[in-house]
Design a protein around this ligand. Structure first.
Ligand code: 1GP
Length: 241
């Protein structure tokens, strides 16, 4: 049976690159969703992520319902907390913040989410989430009360990714944090890529087509961009399919 994850694997085997647009329910006015998704549909975007560090009430579910009216692309939850889980999406990145040592974000919230998840049909994809310094303090760092891994300690980043793979995680997410000043550097992506065989997602601070291509060239299988589209939707014009 085809699943989101097997489709990702097949795309990577074909040499295709994946692109997710991250939409934060706190920042996307519902009235603008149709217009935003219509531009997104004409771009090379392959997946939509929905999530944010702090989202109130059922804003995630309301937004996912609205997005679904306008696209057939898979919608994956990228949740900052348990309250962002909704059955209306197609899948969920089950993110464990393996760069940090805060038990809540390593396993605590996951345990709390199970009774809610059990009532959904969501495809749950175990993801090793690695926060890497990106030139400024980001919301992930503040919310999780963890420090990012330092860019001058590449071996620790590699070992963390490898440990995630050996724990059975299905994806490794190299995250510079939303709005990061510097995206994850190409040499870090390339070195991690060499050591692991599961797909690599890269996000945080990617604002130009050139930075996107650099991430792919270095070995990212999948790139996530949020802020650049929030600030300027004409970025979609540069990414036309
Ligand atoms: C954040 O990696 C994502 O979790 C996207 O980051 O908003 O900087 O594109 P940006």
């Amino acid at each position: 049976m085809d699943t989101i994850y097997t489709n990702i694997q097949s795309s990577i085997l074909r040499g295709d690159k994946l692109l997710s647009v991250l939409i934060d329910p706190d920042k996307m006015p519902l009235a603008n969703t149709a217009n935003f998704i219509s531009k997104l549909n004409q771009s090379v975007t392959t997946h939509i992520f929905v999530g944010g560090s702090t989202v109130e009430g059922n804003a995630t579910e309301v937004l996912v319902n609205e997005i679904k009216k306008h696209t057939n692309l898979p919608i994956l939850l990228f949740p900052g907390d348990v309250n962002q889980i909704t059955d209306k999406a197609d899948g969920l990145l089950f993110l464990s913040l393996i760069s940090g040592r805060n038990p809540e974000y390593l396993i605590g919230k996951h345990v709390k989410s199970i009774s809610k998840l059990a009532k959904t049909q969501l495809e749950v994809i175990s993801t090793g989430y690695i926060l890497i310094e990106g030139g400024k303090e980001t919301a992930v760092e503040r919310e999780t009360n963890t420090k990012p891994l330092l860019i001058n300690n590449i071996q620790k980043i590699i070992d963390t990714a490898k440990a995630g793979e050996l724990l059975g995680m299905k994806l490794i997410y190299l995250e510079a944090g939303s709005g990061a000043k510097h995206p994850v550097a190409g040499d870090i992506i390339a070195k991690v890529k060499k050591e692991i065989s599961i797909p690599i997602i890269v996000g945080g601070g990617i604002r130009t087509k050139q930075q996107l291509d650099q991430a792919y060239k270095a070995g990212a299988d999948w790139v996530v961009i949020g802020t650049a589209f929030e600030e300027d939707e004409s970025f979609f014009d540069e990414l036309r399919s």
